[in-house]
Design a protein around this ligand. Structure first.
Ligand SMILES: N[C@@H](CCC(=O)N[C@@H](CS)C(=O)NCC(=O)O)C(=O)O
Length: 216
């Protein structure tokens, strides 16, 4: 299978961490695909109509997106146990994974707004994005006792990827000071080989010609 991939995307990272945890990473051929909201990429859109990465092209040509669907597909393929099979625990884990995914979406649009020329940035939007991001982080901090670093699930992977993304794009938030329990948990999960192998890298210079803007 082929994965529309970028070393800068937290959603792609989540898929790669999932694949590594399941022992499937070697079966995935990565295609460096530039995904920038305001500069749609025709080659990417041929497979991913909304111009988003990750998108997984299966051997029969069908394309799976978005990252939540890809992760569940990989877990199913490997017969993995990253998703509780049923009961209340399943819904809690899925809800927490959605919170992390939604926070990631929010950070991406927040960053998009911050990257615009200062005179056209919308102050109300910036303030609302920050308020929501902080609220989501408060909820994750309050739930930190339920997060794992040993027998991990899909929510742990999603929370790990979004918190580490804050280091990459929102260093000014100083999140590790503001949410110290999440910081301690994140440091432990970042020690897993799957996280170490997927550290976000800014390859902007390497791909400079086509990488203008706040994309991945
Ligand atoms: N809900 C999607 C979000 C994916 C997403 O927003 N990816 C960004 C890069 S991190 C993207 O491809 N942006 C390009 C665009 O919006 O046109 C998922 O979970 O896969």
């Amino acid at each position: 299978v082929k994965l529309h991939w970028s070393p800068r995307s937290p959603f792609v990272r989540k898929v790669m961490v999932t694949a590594l945890e399941l022992g499937l990473a070697e079966r995935i051929e990565r295609i460096r695909s530039v995904a920038i909201t305001q500069t749609p990429n025709p080659a990417l859109m041929a497979d991913s109509p909304l111009n988003k990465i990750p998108a997984l092209v299966l051997d029969d040509g069908e394309v799976l997106y978005d990252s939540a669907v890809i992760c569940e597909y990989l877990n199913d393929l490997a017969g993995g146990d990253l998703y509780p099979k049923g009961g209340r625990e399943r819904w809690t884990v899925l809800r927490r994974a959605s919170l992390a995914n939604g926070l990631t979406d929010l950070l991406i649009i927040w960053r998009g707004e911050r990257s615009r020329a200062p005179e056209i940035q919308s102050k109300p939007h910036l303030a609302a994005y920050e308020l929501k991001a902080r609220r989501a982080m408060d909820v994750l901090e309050a739930e930190v006792d339920k997060l794992n670093t040993d027998k991990i699930n899909i929510a742990d992977i999603a929370v790990a990827c979004v918190t580490s993304y804050l280091d990459f794009r929102f260093a000014d938030l100083e999140w590790r000071k503001a949410w110290p329990k999440l910081d301690a948990w994140n440091r432990q999960i970042e020690a897993r080989p799957s996280m170490k192998a997927t550290v976000i890298v800014d390859d902007t210079e390497a791909a400079a010609a086509s990488l203008q803007g706040a994309g991945a």
